[in-house]
Design a protein around this ligand. Structure first.
Ligand SMILES: [Zn+2]
Length: 440
């Protein structure tokens, strides 16, 4: 009797195991003899994936799964069923339909294959780094910043040094840390840079892909010192602040804050900033701060004052109240609070109160807060087409072979929740003595 009991248990266990592992043929996992598994990049147009299995395992279906590594609120890999012909599957991702990831981005892929017996096998994940192989890139880096360039012997080291100094200022004086490593790709001209990005405005001199921690800039060696240096710091600041306040709940920041932080990160303000502040103070011509929440004026003189004023307000906030409050303010905004609510919560002031405190600190007369803020016509503001992800930086105007066409002026003004505000500073920085170039 006892012997029969164990016999019964044994049969049940055997059946149970059979059911759990799957089986028989259906759904069984196996390792298939892969004879080819590759992704071929034709940058920036296509990526062609191909997989092939040895003939003795006849494949009936293939599903490609791939994704590009990036920070995103919606993480979803693409899955593509691909026809199998002669035990081989091939599929091409045509990036002209989707927009292309930037150089330096990394893609992973795997194939899930099923054979005629119903067994399936998923290949180990493989990766591919997007490279723009038109140029012989050189790289300088430290542990935080990788900078690639190919034109001008001293350009790479010079711009890396500038980026490192900018990052130090962000971290020391604002307490805002870069997350991960950022990559710069410094093209020898804005035209060469634009060829690396499908769907880019023909005026763009730089593009920031903040989801990828990657910034592309076109920096001709002859303006690397004058335009490249401050612009690298400015763009890096936008990216780091964007990371710090990254939000999936729709939080955004006022333009004066974004641009003020970025100009602050450039380092000691140049003469043009200081003289614009001084002049506006003497003439009592600052804009109401509230009117700088959104788009900056398109008119170059007014925009110059807007940048200078934004810098001055941010410097006042950092130097008077400290970096911790700035961080708290950025995080409140990321949570989706309004500008006034976030300021009240952290500083006990709304935008108007902050403006009054700042005016007093710099010796400007108090301003009567108008009942309705002065709006700036959105029609005047050049905008960026809604390419997801990257945001563009205008090309510096001083180089003869660089187009100086302004961006289109229709559509909604993009107040850059992503940190980059591309439409500003057209014709702005070029009026600044000493710097003579615009950036975004
Ligand atoms: Zn900016």
């Amino acid at each position: 009797m006892r012997k029969n009991f164990w016999l019964v248990v044994g049969v049940v266990v055997w059946w149970g195991l059979g059911a759990v592992s799957g089986v028989g043929a259906q759904g069984e996992t196996a390792v298939f003899p892969i004879t080819q598994n590759q992704a071929r990049l034709d940058f920036p147009e296509t990526v062609t994936f191909a997989v092939m299995v040895a003939e003795d395992v006849p494949i009936v279906s293939a599903v490609l799964t791939y994704d590009v590594s990036r920070v995103s609120c919606l993480e979803a890999a693409a899955q593509v069923p691909v026809e199998v012909v002669n035990n081989r599957a091939e599929w091409t991702w045509v990036m002209s339909r989707s927009g292309n990831p930037p150089p330096g981005a990394t893609l992973w892929w795997e194939w899930t294959l099923t054979d005629a017996n119903g067994r399936s096998y998923t290949t180990p994940r493989q990766t591919l780094t997007f490279t723009d192989d038109r140029f012989d890139w050189r790289t300088v880096e430290n542990e935080r910043i990788r900078l690639h360039w190919y034109k001008g012997e001293t350009v790479g080291p010079m711009l890396l040094e500038s980026a490192v100094a900018g990052l130090k200022r962000l971290e020391d004086e604002m307490g805002i840390q870069l997350q991960g490593q950022v990559q710069f790709f410094i093209y020898g001209s804005s035209a060469e840079m634009r060829e690396a990005v499908l769907y880019i405005q023909d005026w763009a001199g730089g593009v920031a892909f903040s989801d990828y921690n990657i910034i592309l800039m076109g920096v001709p060696p002859e303006i690397a010192e004058s335009w490249g240096r401050p612009t690298v710091r400015h763009e890096l600041a936008h990216l780091v602040v964007e990371q710090f306040g990254r939000s999936c709940v729709g939080g955004h920041r006022p333009t004066w804050l974004n641009e003020g932080l970025a100009v602050y990160a450039e380092g000691t303000p140049d003469e043009s900033i200081l003289s614009a502040i001084e002049q506006a103070r003497e003439q009592n011509s600052f804009e109401p701060l509230r009117s700088l929440n959104g788009a900056f004026p398109a008119h170059s003189g007014a925009a110059n004052v807007a940048y200078a004023q934004s810098y001055s307000v941010v410097a006042f906030m950092l130097e008077t109240y400290g970096p911790e409050k700035m961080q708290a303010f950025l995080l409140k905004l990321a949570e989706g609070e309004s500008y006034d609510e976030a300021l009240e919560a952290v500083y006990g002031l709304n935008v108007d109160g902050l403006e009054l405190a700042w005016r007093e600190a710099i010796g400007a007369p108090p301003r009567d807060i108008p009942p309705t803020p002065t709006p700036i016509s959105p029609d005047l503001i050049p905008t960026v087409p809604p390419l997801p992800g990257p945001q563009s930086v205008p090309t510096p105007e001083v180089i003869a072979d660089v187009p100086t066409v302004p961006p289109p002026s229709s559509g909604r003004p993009v107040v850059c929740g992503l940190g980059f505000i591309p439409w500003v500073l057209f014709g702005v920085l070029m009026v600044r003595p000493g710097r003579g170039r615009k950036r975004e």
